[in-house]
Design a protein around this ligand. Structure first.
Ligand SMILES: Cc1cc2nc3c(=O)[nH]c(=O)nc-3n(C[C@H](O)[C@H](O)[C@H](O)COP(=O)(O)O)c2cc1C
Length: 309
């Protein structure tokens, strides 16, 4: 019998968020899902998280917005997206026919923005959950500003929670001095699950031009370089909260993903890896399955937290 990889990510929510397996795609690295459908059968994934959605469409930051670094990349996309109205009218009807659940990542300039976004998506067929982005380092207002203090993180969470019956995942930033306190605050405020981490603050300078390599100067670092940092934060947070934790940051292989699960994550997100290998998420899922079969593991629960020491 093949191993059972299913996982419930919102056990306290009346709708629940049952995934066939723990492999999700990270927001901003997998478009609206549709873009990747030609590369592999995306319906096999556990869930797709689409790019950040705001109330109004946004063009994002000026170019250059991407820069390759040693074992990683810097980005400053600045929340470029089609806006919630177009998302509901054009994308949700496509997702409604999919087997794979789609979770919408939302971002706002104010607490009220998050409430309006959550309210607009409530009951929309094709949307299975909300990921609250209080961790984007690439916008001037809102974004990470909500995620670096436990009081504001909790306010955004409870306001979003009150505005929708959908499962609410809150995505944390590593750019804070106490991620555990913030995780506890959002759990207390009603989050169904927590995802971490978003990008780390970083920058690069073009020495020929004698100016920053990315237009917004300070931007977000992702990729293999951030994996040990992300793993440590997942380990710390998973040890302190009772809601599911979703690990993200530099996951490029099944072994990386299994490390996060063993640190205490109930699911994982594949981000930058999809840029170098569009089918990275499926490769990772198949690798987890092979590992479980090889080790005689029948159920995902046997791996979650198994490497905490
Ligand atoms: C180009 C790019 C765009 C991103 N856009 C978003 C976004 O819209 N919302 C969000 O919450 N995170 C966004 N992220 C962060 C990723 O979802 C993820 O948290 C981060 O990249 C770390 O994972 P990785 O090292 O596997 O890429 C973005 C990352 C990249 C590289």
């Amino acid at each position: 019998m093949s191993p059972d990889l299913s996982i419930q990510l919102a056990p306290q929510n009346s709708r629940g968020l049952l995934l066939a397996n723990p492999v999700m795609t990270a927001s901003g690295t997998f478009g609206y899902g549709t873009e990747y459908a030609e590369f592999f059968d995306i319906q096999k994934l556990g869930a797709i998280i689409c790019k950040a959605t705001t109330l109004e469409p946004r063009e994002g930051n000026p170019q250059p917005r991407l820069y390759e670094t040693a074992s990683g990349m810097l980005n400053s996309i600045g929340l470029q997206n089609i806006g919630v109205k177009a998302l509901i009218q054009e994308k949700a009807p496509i997702w409604a026919d999919w087997q794979v659940p789609v979770i919408v990542n939302i971002a706002g300039d104010s607490v009220e923005d998050y409430a309006k976004l959550a309210e607009a998506m409530d009951g929309v067929s094709g949307i299975s959950g909300i990921e609250v982005n209080i961790s984007c380092p690439n916008v001037r207002e809102g974004g990470v500003l909500f995620g670096i203090h436990s009081r504001t993180a909790a306010r955004v969470t409870s306001t979003t929670r009150a505005a929708t019956s959908l499962p609410v995942i809150v995505k944390l930033t590593p750019n804070t001095d106490d991620i555990v306190r913030i995780a506890e605050a959002v759990e207390e405020a009603g989050a169904d699950a927590i995802s971490l981490i978003n990008t780390l603050k970083g920058m690069a300078i073009d020495i020929e031009k004698r100016q920053p390599a990315i237009s917004s100067i300070i931007c977000g670092l992702s990729g293999p370089a951030i994996k040990p940092v992300a793993l440590a934060m997942v380990y710390e947070v998973a040890g302190m909260v009772d809601i599911p934790v979703i690990g993200c940051g530099g996951i490029y292989s099944a072994d990386d993903a299994i490390e996060f699960l063993m640190a205490g994550a109930s699911a994982i997100q594949v981000g930058s890896a999809s840029f170098s290998n569009p089918r990275a998420s499926l490769d990772i899922l198949e690798g987890i399955e092979r590992f479980m079969e090889k080790e005689g593991i029948k159920n995902l629960a046997e791996i979650i937290g198994a490497g905490r020491g």
